[in-house]
Design a protein around this ligand. Structure first.
Ligand code: SF4
Length: 378
């Protein structure tokens, strides 16, 4: 079993907080379509396994693609990989791209899950983030999706916005619950280098929220969503029972995946690979047969750090026995010592042999992970 991630690097506008790889130059679309189809051909033997379980189109904004462009990509994918046992095909969409016809077209191609970047139901926030949709379009898109045959819908919210009041955040959560969707992802704003928000932060025109305010926002989010029947199965992800994102869950459990498109990452169980983060360079290199990625073989320390990070972000945690099986003795001594320390602080607990972050320490998950990280001098 394995998953494919396809990066569609086009957006019509740039959101002020976003550091995903994207371009607003739509004239590059046709060369991108040619290149990604060529990459599909080149990568068809990437996996030593028989079939694809999940397919995820992220970006960028995949919903800028036309139906004809989707048809071409799907045709290449289906003729080069085995989709007979596919369980989940997700497409990320922007609310103002959602029409009955568009969603019907995606469904005809096999899409059975849509992830929509709403971020906030307040127009003032959306304008400040330079989102291209408004709150009404978000509500309309939810209605269209719920009336469609794609009956597995995820929406994204953002919190930790410096200008968002407590009441506004509560209203966003309530509206997300009222939307009656299957899945909600909620991410705290981060000021990433190279984004407009990072520049505003540096100039003192935006301020990071005090940690206790962020904590309260996270706490009310978890409380309200759990009361509404969602399970907080990963620190930023909430789903109705049985409706976890299969694709993202496979990342967190270390399954292999192939990433296609500029900036996409791949993992075959031992080697991590990442495509060039430049659309023109990617397209030229793929079509001319030149190397378009870099890679690294994961060391036992990389594997340990990754397992800790991914596991502790999920509600299941990581298998405690994994520490026992470490073969690097320095790493094993370190891991046991740090795990014991975190257990003593009440930051983590072991349940049925799995080590996970305790409920009231969820908000400091990143800090706990960083304490458990094994860092070498070189
Ligand atoms: S639409 Fe998505 S990928 Fe594009 S700029 Fe906004 S957040 Fe980034």
């Amino acid at each position: 079993m394995a998953g494919i991630y396809a990066h569609i690097p086009f957006c019509y506008t740039r959101c002020s907080y976003c550091d995903f790889y994207k371009t607003t130059d739509q004239s590059l679309k046709s060369s991108f379509i040619n290149a990604i189809c060529k990459e599909i051909l080149l990568q068809k033997d990437f996996f030593n396994i028989d079939y694809i379980k999940t397919l995820y189109f992220g970006g960028g904004t995949p919903s800028v693609l036309t139906f004809t462009e989707w048809q071409i990509i799907f045709e290449y994918l289906r003729s080069n990989f085995d989709f007979t046992q596919i369980e989940e095909i997700t497409v990320e969409v922007n609310p103002d791209d959602v029409t009955q016809e568009y969603i019907k077209g995606l469904h005809q191609l096999g899409v059975n899950r849509v992830s929509m970047g709403i971020q906030s139901f307040h127009d003032a926030h959306l304008r400040k983030m330079n989102r291209r949709h408004n709150a009404k379009q978000a509500h309309d898109a939810i209605r269209i999706l719920k009336e469609s045959s794609v009956n597995n819908v995820s929406i994204d919210l953002i919190y930790g916005l410096p200008y968002m009041s407590w009441d506004e955040w509560n209203r966003n959560i309530d509206l997300a619950i009222d939307a009656d969707v299957q899945h909600i992802s909620a991410y705290h704003l981060t000021f990433e280098k190279g984004t407009p928000y990072y520049e505003l932060l540096k100039k003192g025109k935006l301020k990071e929220l005090p940690e206790e305010v962020s904590f309260d926002q996270f706490e009310i989010l978890v409380k309200k969503l759990e009361s509404a029947g969602f399970e907080n199965y990963e620190i930023s992800n909430f789903a109705k029972p049985g409706l976890y994102s299969k694709h993202n869950s496979s990342y967190w459990t270390g399954e292999p995946y192939l990433g296609i498109g500029p900036s996409a990452h791949s993992f075959d169980g031992k080697i991590r690979r990442w495509n060039v983060r430049d659309l023109v360079g990617y397209s030229n290199k793929v079509t001319s047969g030149k190397g378009f990625w870099e890679d690294e073989i994961l060391s036992p320390i990389d594997i340990y750090n990754e397992r800790i990070m991914l596991g502790l972000r999920t509600s299941k945690g990581f298998d405690y026995e994994f520490i026992n099986q470490l073969t690097n003795s320095d790493l094993k001594v370190f891991a046991f010592r740090e795990v014991e320390k975190q257990l003593k602080f009440g930051n983590i607990e072991v349940v049925d042999g799995w080590c996970k972050v305790t409920r009231d320490k969820k908000f400091i998950t990143d800090r706990i992970i960083s304490d458990l990280f094994y860092v070498t001098e070189d």
